[in-house]
Design a protein around this ligand. Sequence first.
Ligand SMILES: [Mn+2]
Length: 217
Amino acid sequence: MFERLPLAGAEVALDPAWLPRREADALFARLLAEVDWETHRIRLFGREVDAPRRSSWIGEPGAAYTYSRTRFEPRPWPEALAALRPRVEAAAGAAFDSVLANLYRDGRDAMGWHADDEPELGPAPVIASLSLGAARRFQFKRRVAGARAVPIDLPHGSLLLMRGATQAHYRHALPRTARPVGPRINLTFRRVRAEAGQERRDGRPVRADEGGVAQRP
Ligand SMILES: [Mn+2]
């Protein structure tokens, strides 16, 4: 059951046991083996570095995504994910055309403070984040001076929904931990094409790069 998190100015809800345990176990094993995990390059303080996690950008043809000045062309949906998508869409009440899959191999893999606020996501994106494997501590922090981090544990099979002004008002992070932890997979379902599901008059799919998608500084 989803419970709303007490974050003023945000719309965040968590179901800690959204996916049944056995199903979550099987999905974790399949994704670990079937996803083409790669190291994405990100910009950090003006330098391009390897992201401290493994990732894969998955989506419909045309659902390209640009972050940290790098453009990612979508890889096709693995079978296990294609079957899951309508269930996540039903839980979120939103349609998704892509997934950023992340693999945190151990406690040294992490992600610093950021918001999912790339222009192609639109001003108030709905993002559904499914966690599999080792539970890690996730944090929210309001985008005002002196704000404190609000921690939330994301267990195996949990689904976190972020919507409305969440990305505009908060950043989030997955800090490193010295605690011994096993691998965690995180699937963040997104929609990067405003016209997703539509076709142009000439019948070709609408491309994300049409209309001058801005890049992140
Ligand atoms: Mn994020």
